[in-house]
Every structure is written in structure tokens, then in C-alpha cells.
Design a protein around this ligand. Sequence first.
Ligand code: ZN
Length: 156
Amino acid sequence: MLTDEELRELYQEVILDHQADPRNFGSLVAATHKADGHNPLCGDRVHVAVQQEDGVIKDIAFTGEGCAISTASASLMTETLKGKSIQDAEAVMSRFLELVTGKLDGASDLGDLQVLAGVREFPARVKCATLAWHTLESAIHQDHQPNEKEKQCRIS
Ligand code: ZN
């Protein structure tokens, strides 16, 4: 059994690893859906691109610049959701959002995404962790392009 301290260190390591070497980072030529997200509190910017085919996320990639938490979250998100159906992806998304906002205590089904659970103690960091996810959400539902005011609401 790992102590809380060891667990925190392990989580920190995973986050730093994803920041140093983000997975699925880059552009997606065959993208069918894309969206941009911005977290003005921290200055994080992310662009998420999805190649959707028959209701499945066939490929997903992101670019952007941000803090370790926002980059690691985007990287882990693409790694987790690639190959999933939109329906499954949305289920993971809502579990993840519950986890980082403290509505959920544990979520072993979320795998490595659990390393981000620590942000719940830092409300300002929650927005860093959820930025890529809200951006993916607006990419998937891009038939409805949110206006500036709605975008502000989404990430605040
Ligand atoms: Zn941030």
C-alpha cells in the first residue's frame, strides 16, 4: 500500500511526464471537429481536433500552451478517449468532471486520469484540468458554436 505522500509523488510524476512528453500533440489533418479553449485565469490555451467516424473518435489530437496541469490533462484525455465511441467518451468526461470537482471520491475506472484528482483542493486549478475536456465537448457539439459569453461560463 502506498502512503498518501508516495501517492502524491507518483501522481506528480505522471503529470510531469505528460507535460514533458504530451501524447497526441500536434495537428490532425483528417479532423472533422475542432474547437479552441482558453482559461484566462491561468493563461492556458488549447486547440482540440477530433476525427469522428460512425460515432467513434477515430483520432484525436491537441495543441496549445499552458501549465503542467492543463497540458497533462489534455494529453491524458486524448490517450484515454482515442478509439472510444462518442457515447463512452461523454461518460468518461462526466465521471472525470465529477472527480476533479470533488463530487466523486474514487474512480479506479478512470485509470491514469485519477492523477488529476488532487486539483479538487485548488479551485483555480480545476479550470486548468477541465479546459481540454470542455473544449472537446464544444468540438463534438460544434453544430452549436457557443458565443463569447457562453464560453466564459463554461470555463468559469
Ligand atoms: Zn493552468
